[in-house]
Write a protein that binds this ligand. Structure first.
Ligand SMILES: [Mg+2]
Length: 421
């Protein structure tokens, strides 16, 4: 059985964890209706994007934010928030805090001091307008906002005895199937496939993602012929039971992307990520229209209206906001809700060593996350920060339990940390 793009999307909606079907090699041509996906109106998308996200029952009095600090310990950065009543929460940032800390300290933290944390959803727009911050829109603004949001949600989760997933609407899964992302382009096809096999052996992953093309390379490959050889070799060596994903990181124009996409269709890959330059939405749509394989994209996207464009016009088939680059859980949930209206999955992109923990919380409460979520190692380092410790079970990561982010003892993490000003 071979799935059309639309059937694939319907399947992921229903189950979220079905194994990808790998058997047949023939690809049916898509009807116009399939290419267009579900017909949705802009009004429906706007309604989905503006509906309240947080469930804060159990927190009945104001939670006034007294301080927010960036702390550094070795190579790890934390954002700590404290309320006037002594509640505390933390976020673990991606490594861009190394150079985005002035924006956090000067443009983001001052806005939040004295505000009621329960109004977090409306503060997102308030922060965007504050001192014309909208002129900075992009990951330079949204990462610092995301870190504050993560810390505030951690704090309110601890107060209410709820995990982030519960604050965002309710936990619907406790295990999250993942793919191991290779992230390499320095390899020959043979070396890459050996590396992928090692990642599978090490983690028990049922799925992998490798890179094709040369990364923002105007059709040039990382080395001549690498992509054309790697795609069939990966299927041959890894076998039919491993789900394969490929990411071009904005490498191609539409003709080349379609050529590579057809090779991925020939090996029944799960999806093809960022085939064209990430901000070239029209070219990406041309590729999505021409191929049967689902096209994924959105990790660099920073605008809700542009996500709406992608969803409304079916410019991609799977949306991928980055929980940090895109400004946190609430903004990403708004995208996921628009995508859900159109029957499209939201498979978030992750950044930062700790970033997969936030992915797990997002996946815990989002209905349609697609088949596999991104993972790049880290459970050995961070898994023991949680109780029970995080585990990999049969190709899936367990979701943290406990309130907020679920970190057991963050005071211990702060020992020896210094404030970054
Ligand atoms: Mg990518």
């Amino acid at each position: 059985m071979r799935l059309s793009r639309r059937q694939f999307l319907g399947l992921t909606t229903a189950a979220g964890t079905l194994p990808i079907l790998q058997s047949s090699r023939s690809i049916p041509s898509k009807s116009t209706a399939e290419k267009d996906g579900l017909q949705v109106s802009l009004e429906e998308l706007n309604r989905a994007a503006t509906a309240p996200v947080l469930k804060l029952d159990g927190i009945s009095s104001p939670v006034v934010i007294e301080s927010i600090d960036l702390l550094r310990k070795g190579r790890e950065y934390f954002v700590r928030v404290r309320s006037k009543d002594g509640a505390e929460g933390i976020a673990v940032t991606n490594d861009r805090a190394r150079y985005l800390y002035p924006i956090l300290n000067q443009r983001v933290i001052p806005y939040f001091i004295g505000k009621d944390a329960r109004d977090l959803e409306s503060h997102l727009f308030g922060l965007y307008r504050y001192q014309s911050n909208y002129k900075l829109q992009g990951l330079a603004l949204w990462c610092p906002l995301a870190w504050v949001e993560f810390a505030v949600l951690d704090m309110m989760g601890r107060m209410a005895g709820k995990s982030i997933g519960q604050l965002l609407g309710g936990v619907i899964r406790r295990e999250v199937p993942f793919y191991m992302a290779s992230g390499r382009r320095d390899t020959t096809p043979e070396e890459e496939v050996r590396y992928l096999a090692r990642l599978i052996e090490e983690t028990g992953a049922k799925a992998v993602k490798f890179r094709v093309g040369g990364r923002m390379s105007k059709n040039a490959d990382a080395r001549p012929g690498r992509t054309e050889k790697l795609i069939p070799l990966a299927r041959k060596r890894l076998g039919d039971d491993i789900a394969i994903h490929a990411d071009s990181n904005s490498s191609y124009d539409p003709p080349k992307a379609i050529e590579v996409g057809k090779m991925l269709e020939d090996i029944n890959a799960v999806y093809f990520e960022e085939p064209c330059p990430f901000d070239h939405l029209e070219d990406t749509k041309r590729v999505a229209d021409a191929l049967t394989i689902p096209i994924a994209g959105g990790e660099q996207e920073y605008s809700q209206r542009r996500f709406r464009w992608m969803i409304y016009h079916r410019g991609v088939d799977i949306v991928q906001p980055d929980l940090q680059y895109y400004g946190g859980f609430i903004r990403s949930t708004r995208v996921a809700r628009m995508a859900a209206v159109a029957g499209m999955p939201t498979t978030v992109h992750i950044s930062g060593g700790f970033g997969f923990i936030y992915m797990l919380h997002f996946a815990s409460c989002t209905a349609d996350i697609g088949l596999y979520q991104e993972y790049k190692r880290g459970i050995d380092k961070y898994g023991n920060w949680f109780n029970p410790p995080l585990e990999i079970r049969n190709g899936a990561l367990t979701v943290p339990r406990g309130p907020g982010t679920g970190i057991l003892d963050f005071q211990d993490l702060f020992k020896g940390a210094e404030r970054v000003t």
